[in-house]
Write a protein that binds this ligand. Structure first.
Ligand code: ADP
Length: 479
């Protein structure tokens, strides 16, 4: 990128209101943030100057610089309050920044020049070093607005030139003298400062462009997510309605309500019934996921008895347990233990854990559900003695549409959504969900909730019993 194109890009950015707002605010923000850093360095320089040179002049310079800091502080607050919309205000802020820059740069230069004038021998290391530090500081932290950076550096460079020529004019030394050596070194330092300022400015611009790119990408991703959510929601709803009537009709035929069917037709319709049920559960999972992602899933929190909630989840999966020949047992401690939760969602989460434990158990196996208080929390666990989960599979276990084992080996199918939804439900309850497993021995999934103690427990809200639905598509076998 050439100097001119960069300059042009910088100025076109300035006319883009969002870029202008960002640059102004970053500039003003840094101005205020770095106040102590600037002040400490300057105070140290003033103390040195007061000790070795004219104290009064040093103090006067310090008061002047303090005054410019005060102006900067007020300017910072003013700039932060700008919403980036009103260009007149933007220009006013820029003018004030320019004014403050000129004042503070003149303050620093006057200080430096006053020291240089008082030094009559031994070169000007101290004033030059102070000026060098101030220029480097500007190059590092004032790259947001190029015109302001140039303004400040020009004043500092004028200070450098003054100090460079001071002894040349004062003593008119021969070219061999070290005065000239100092002069040429200063010219070199000036070149170095201009170069480094330019590099810092380019770095800042690159960052700005990358930020813009990231912002744009994030916007695109947000838009794509919104479209995807909408799409899933519309498709799921459009599928759900006709599917409900198909499933209802098949169930009616299977129940024998429309008369006896030939054996062949009956077994075909049973397959159709199971698969339509499975499809309905998959769509429910998709809808739940979409609602969770869009933050539209509503939770109705109320005090819940842990044991009652567990019993309800076991009850609603009893058909599935019978079908797979699984025995479910409970080990429930701390009767009367209460948590705040959404009853239907918690039952749904427990159903997911239970149906998984049943699916991945061997036929005739036992699944144990337990509740145990641990300090101020209560741990609800679902243990099976089934196939187990290999190490390092957490991402697949809790991921979306991900499964640990390959689908060909399973006796029952699944969507890979159940535990993801369960985890999100747990998170909404400030609960944790984890598992421990050993291949071939079994798995225990546990969720930990905060218990509601007597004094915290809100008055019991009468709960209207509603059938909690079993949402795990995987809970039903495939054909
Ligand atoms: P799925 O619909 O496939 O059951 P889940 O999200 O409920 O989806 O579970 C994700 C994966 O985690 C399952 O496919 C399975 O591989 C593994 N998994 C979950 N629970 C168990 C368990 N109790 N025993 C063994 N593997 C399990």
């Amino acid at each position: 990128m050439t100097f001119l194109t960069t300059l042009r890009a910088g100025s076109s950015d300035w006319f883009d209101p969002r870029g202008r707002e960002q640059q102004l605010k970053e500039y003003a923000g840094l101005l205020n943030q770095l106040i102590w850093k600037r002040q400490t360095s300057f105070l140290a320089a003033v103390v040195l100057a007061a000790a070795y040179f004219d104290t009064l002049v040093a103090l006067l310079c310090y008061v002047f610089v303090l005054f410019t800091e005060f102006l900067d502080e007020r300017l910072g607050r003013f700039a932060r309050s700008w919403d980036g919309e009103d260009p007149v205000m933007g220009r006013r802020i820029l003018r004030r920044i320019a004014f403050n820059t000129v004042l503070s740069a003149i303050g620093v230069c006057s200080f430096v020049i006053s020291i240089a004038i008082q030094q009559t021998s031994g070169g000007h290391f101290t004033p030059l070093f102070i000026l060098f530090s101030a220029s480097l500081f500007a190059a590092m932290y004032n790259s947001q607005i190029l015109s302001i950076l140039i303004l400040r550096l020009s004043i500092y460079l004028a200070g450098f030139v003054f100090v460079a020529f001071l002894d040349v004019f004062r003593y008119a030394p021969p070219l061999k003298s070290t005065v000239w050596l100092e002069f040429f070194t200063i010219i070199f330092v000036i070149y170095f400062l201009i170069d480094i300022s330019w590099k810092f400015y380019l770095g800042y611009r690159r960052n700005l462009e990358q930020m813009k790119l990231v912002e744009k990408e994030a916007e695109l991703a947000r838009a794509a997510l919104a479209v995807k959510s909408q799409f899933v929601s519309v498709v799921s709803h459009e599928l759900r309605t006709p599917l409900t009537s198909i499933k209802g009709s098949i169930d009616l035929i299977n129940s024998g309500a429309v008369g006896e069917l030939p054996q062949k037709a009956r077994s075909l319709l049973e397959i159709a019934g199971r698969n339509s049920h499975r499809l309905a559960l998959l769509i429910d999972d998709l809808l739940d996921l979409q609602k969770m992602e869009a933050g539209e899933m509503s939770f109705r929190f109320e005090p819940l008895d842990v044991h009652a909630t567990i019993h309800e989840a076991i009850e609603s999966t009893s058909g599935f347990a019978t079908k797979l020949g699984i025995h479910v047992q409970t080990e429930l401690e701390a009767p009367g233990c209460t948590i705040m939760g959404d009853r239907n969602r918690l039952v749904q989460a427990l159903q997911n854990l239970l149906s998984n434990a049943m699916k991945f158990s061997n036929e005739g196996g036992t699944v144990t559900v337990s509740a145990r208080p641990i300090g101020s929390r209560v741990r609800v666990s679902v243990r099976d003695r089934g196939v187990g989960i290999p190490e390092g599979a957490e991402d697949r276990v809790f991921g979306k549409f991900t499964q640990v084992d390959s689908s060909e080996k399973r006796k029952v199918g699944g969507t890979g959504l159940g535990l993801n939804i369960t985890k999100q439900i747990a998170e909404r309850h400030d609960a944790t969900i984890e598992y421990e497993s050993e291949l071939g021995t079994g798995t225990v999934f546990y969720m930990e909730f905060n218990r509601v103690t007597g004094s915290e427990a809100p008055e019991e809200v009468p709960v209207r019993p509603q059938p909690a639905r079993l949402t795990v598509a995987s809970a039903v076998g495939t054909q």
